[in-house]
Ligand binder design. Sequence first.
Ligand SMILES: [Zn+2]
Length: 386
Amino acid sequence: MFHTADPDEILSGKITDVYFERALKILNAKKINPVVRAEFIAKGLPEGWPWAVFAGMEEAAYLMKRLPVRVRAMREGTVFYPYEPVMEIEGRYRDFCVYETAILGLVCQASGIATKAARIKKLAGGRPVVSFGARRMHPVLAPMIERNAYVGGCDGVAVVKSGEIIGEDPMGTMPHALIICMGSTIDAIKAYDEVLEPRFPRVALIDTFLDEKFECLNVAEAMGKRLFAVRFDTPSSRRGNFYRILEECRWELHLRGYDHIRFYASGGIKEEDMPGLNPVVDGYGIGTSISNAPVVDYAMDIIEVEGKPLAKRGKWSGSKRVLRCPKCGTGKIVPNVAGSYKCSCGKKFTDILIPVLDKGKQLMKAETASEIRKRVIKNVRNLTLE
Ligand SMILES: [Zn+2]
């Protein structure tokens, strides 16, 4: 058997830390069930990130729409900062107590992946980025990981099922195994060209048997104009100076008139590698950096009980509004009472914590992964990474 929960176990509250189950037992015995509001906030972000992208809400709403609670949240793909609540649940505590573990898990991991993807996409400076990291994680998570990599900004995903979820064709080139089975890089790209539908770009992997430079020239000569790109997946033990390898290959191809051939780089590429590689790379396959992104450590805290502000030490009590200036992006957190606020730039703030669910009724309009992705790319355009 796979060591994973099935969806019914998540929806029935079985994926819970046992202390919630015990708390529920005690509250039931004592007939205590206050109406509370609980917020989800991150007091800090991993790796010194100055901002993060909220994600995982579609799945969290799928879980919470079965519960008699009201939910306000940021839309998926909203950029947020530490201390801004990203979500607030209002309801009788016993009705949602055992779901805290699962809801946090849904938004913590998704937000980490979406944020990492947004950072990588920014670093790629307009070059396409494809998520290649499904193989580093439990397969049951692959579609979730790649969906969030895509909404964060990746241009494509590698896994077939992930493609179905985001409504796009999955992307990929060829594995080393194909070349090894066929015995030659040239035979492999020729067979690729012969067998696969023309809509798949002809991309040859050129680090299997020979030096990258000579293999580049081999496939360029064999394929001519039909060759769209070459992919460098050079093992780290052979990389030396990866930039210089790519630069040299460019030079040699240019001398022979093969300027149309694009360069894709993959294989353990990290954020810090990208600015240096960008001048010689046209596109990236990014694996572990995205699929193993750090999680955003949201906590769920009760901040109001029976209409009265009340929170543990270290947390701000009371329900809050999160405001954002649509012009300059300035943020503001204010108590959740009516009133309008103006930014110092003169523009009126808008609320970014908005109603999502009211006891099973969906209040926020559903968006496609592609719509969310477009918003993320636009929202992070003018942000810095440090
Ligand atoms: Zn402003």
